[in-house]
Design a protein around this ligand. Structure first.
Ligand code: CP
Ligand code: NVA
Length: 299
C-alpha cells in the first residue's frame, strides 16, 4: 500500500489529518515559519481555468522556497491524448508533488494511482477539498470552532457543495442544503456522510434552510464545463442569496463564496459586498491553506 500523502478528498482523509493541515495553515498565517521546500518542485496541471488555486499554490510554494511548473491541457500532450497514467509516471521523475485540476474524478484517481509522488486535488467535477480547507479556516477565524455550528448552502448542489457535505462529517458541523430537486448532490455522497457522522438535511425553501445559520454559502450556478442552459436561471433563481435570505439567518451570520462570483445571479452585490461577507479573507486563506497542504504532503 502506498505511503504517499495524497490530498484527494475528504472521504479518503481522516479528520485528524485535516485538522493537522488546518493547524499548520493557521500557524503560518499567524507568523510561524513554514518548513523549507527548497529543492522541491510542484507541478500544477490545469485542464480547467483557475485564478486563486493557481496563484495561491505558486505564491505558497515560492514562500516556502520551492518551485512550480505549470502544465495546461492545451499546451501539453494531455490535449493530444497522452494518458493521465503516463503523464503521472513522467511527472513523478521530474517533480516532488503534483496538483491536478480536471473534470472527471477518475482522472485524479488515475493520477494518484500511477504517480510516485503525492497528488493534490485542485478541483474536479465532484469535489474541491483545497477550497474547503480555506473555508473551514475562515469560518473558525470569524466564529470559532466549527463543530456543532450550523452552515446553510443555497444553490447548485455542485462540487463545492459536495465537499461541504464531506466536511460536515469530518468536522462535525450541521449542514442544511437548499438546492433545486434536479440539482441535489449525489445520494450516495449523502448516504456516506450520514454514516460518517455528518448532520445534513435538505430543504425546499432557502429561508427555512438558513434559519439560525451561523454561515450561508453559495457558488456559481454555472460550474466550469456546464452549459449556460436557459432554464438554469429560472431553476436556481429562488435559491439566490440576497438580503432577505441573510436576514433569515442569525444576526451575525457570515457569508462565504469560493469565487469567482456572479453578482445578480447566485448572490446579490448587497450581500457579497456587504458587512457580513468574508469572501476576501476566504480567498486569502487559500494561500495559507495551500501551504498547510504542501507541508503536510511533503514534510
Ligand atoms: N475558488 C477557486 O478555486 O478559484 P479558481 O477557480 O480561481 O482557482
Ligand atoms: N463550482 C465551481 C467552482 C469554481 C472554483 C466550478 O466548478 O466551476
Amino acid at each position: 500500500m502506498s505511503t504517499l500523502r495524497h490530498f484527494l478528498d475528504f472521504q479518503q482523509l481522516e479528520g485528524t489529518a485535516l485538522r493537522d493541515i488546518l493547524d499548520r495553515a493557521t500557524a503560518y498565517k499567524n507568523g510561524a515559519k513554514a518548513p523549507s521546500l527548497a529543492g522541491k518542485t510542484l507541478a500544477l496541471v490545469f485542464e480547467k481555468p483557475s485564478t486563486r488555486t493557481r496563484i495561491s499554490f505558486e505564491v505558497g510554494m515560492q514562500a516556502m522556497d520551492g518551485k512550480t511548473v505549470n502544465l495546461t491541457q492545451g499546451d501539453s500532450q494531455l490535449g493530444r491524448g497522452e494518458t493521465i497514467a503516463d503523464t503521472a509516471r513522467v511527472l513523478s521523475r521530474y517533480v516532488d508533488v503534483i496538483m491536478l485540476r480536471t473534470s472527471e474524478e477518475k482522472n485524479l484517481l488515475e493520477m494518484a494511482e500511477h504517480a510516485t509522488v503525492p497528488v493534490i486535488n485542485g478541483l474536479t467535477d465532484a469535489s474541491h477539498p483545497c477550497q474547503l480547507m480555506a473555508d473551514v479556516m475562515t469560518f473558525e477565524e470569524h466564529r470559532g470552532p466549527i463543530g456543532k455550528k450550523r452552515i446553510a448552502w443555497c444553490g447548485d448542489g455542485n462540487n463545492v457543495a459536495s465537499t461541504w457535505i464531506q466536511a460536515s462529517a469530518r468536522f462535525g458541523f450541521e449542514l442544511r442544503l437548499a438546492c433545486p430537486p434536479s440539482r441535489q448532490p449525489a445520494q450516495a455522497l449523502l448516504d456516506w456522510a450520514a454514516k460518517a457522522g455528518g448532520q445534513i438535511s435538505a430543504f425546499d425553501d432557502p429561508l427555512t434552510a438558513v434559519a439560525d445559520a451561523d454561515c450561508i454559502v453559495t457558488d456559481t450556478w454555472f460550474s466550469m464545463g456546464q452549459s449556460n442552459g436557459d432554464g438554469t436561471r429560472q431553476l436556481l433563481g429562488p435559491y439566490q442569496v440576497n438580503d432577505a435570505v441573510m436576514q433569515a439567518a442569525k444576526k451575525d451570520a457570515i457569508f462565504m463564496h469560493c469565487l469567482p462570483a456572479h453578482r445578480g445571479e447566485e448572490v446579490t452585490a448587497s450581500v457579497i459586498d456587504g458587512p457580513q461577507s468574508v469572501v476576501w479573507d476566504e480567498a486569502e486563506n487559500r494561500l495559507h491553506a495551500q501551504k498547510g497542504i504542501l507541508s503536510w504532503c511533503l514534510t
